[in-house]
Design a protein around this ligand. Sequence first.
Ligand code: CTP
Ligand code: CA
Length: 229
Amino acid sequence: ARPEALPRDLAGRKVVVSAGGTREPLDPVRFLGNRSSGRQGYALARIAAQRGAEVVLVAANPGELADPAGVDVVRVGTAVELRDAVHVAAKDADAVVMAAAVADFRPAATAEHKIKKGERAPEPIALQHNPDVLLELVARRRSGQVVVGFAAETGDADGDVLGYARAKLARKGCDLLVVNTVGDGQAFDTVDNVGWLLSSDGSEWAIPHGSKVHFASFVWDAVARLLAS
Ligand code: CTP
Ligand code: CA
């Protein structure tokens, strides 16, 4: 959509968007990461700014993506850095959208020097949990603040994508959950997106296949409705 065609329904609001994928260092040159490109989060930030919001974009390893116009971009690397930046920005925010792919685990230790190949069989990598930023946001949420999670699901033998997503919405306690089907070249590092939007009041919408800008507009429509109610 052209900016002039967008509603200004987020004017006077402050929103926080996290984007990209965290990288958890093993040593000075290696990390555990994921395939998130940051494009969906960047589209969310850009559209929010065009709809009038003051926007803080917490960007985890967004590569070559250009800073969206009129958006305050805070660059982070790891999940712990992302968590700190999101909580600072979320303090006085009306809405927080967690589009970032936050690593669930990090290496239990980061080697100070580059790990050498050596001659014996390699050691397994010990992992520890990262904080769950979305859960923390919900626990700290100020009154009226809208918290939005993203769920990346593949489905498996134990459940389908929507079944897992409904359980995730209940577990996380956020107001809205955006659901993407991932794997098989879907959602991560792609241009287009498709999915569902689930609300804590039980409403569910299919988000038709389209650009990440279109997808972002669908999400902000729902956030704006909640902020207005
Ligand atoms: N998330 C987070 N902190 C983490 C992991 C995830 O804030 N340490 C957020 C993501 O930004 C996303 C939501 O939680 O908005 C759901 O992420 P997802 O990976 O789908 O869910 P998990 O709870 O990590 O469950 P699992 O990976 O086991 O499916
Ligand atoms: Ca996860």
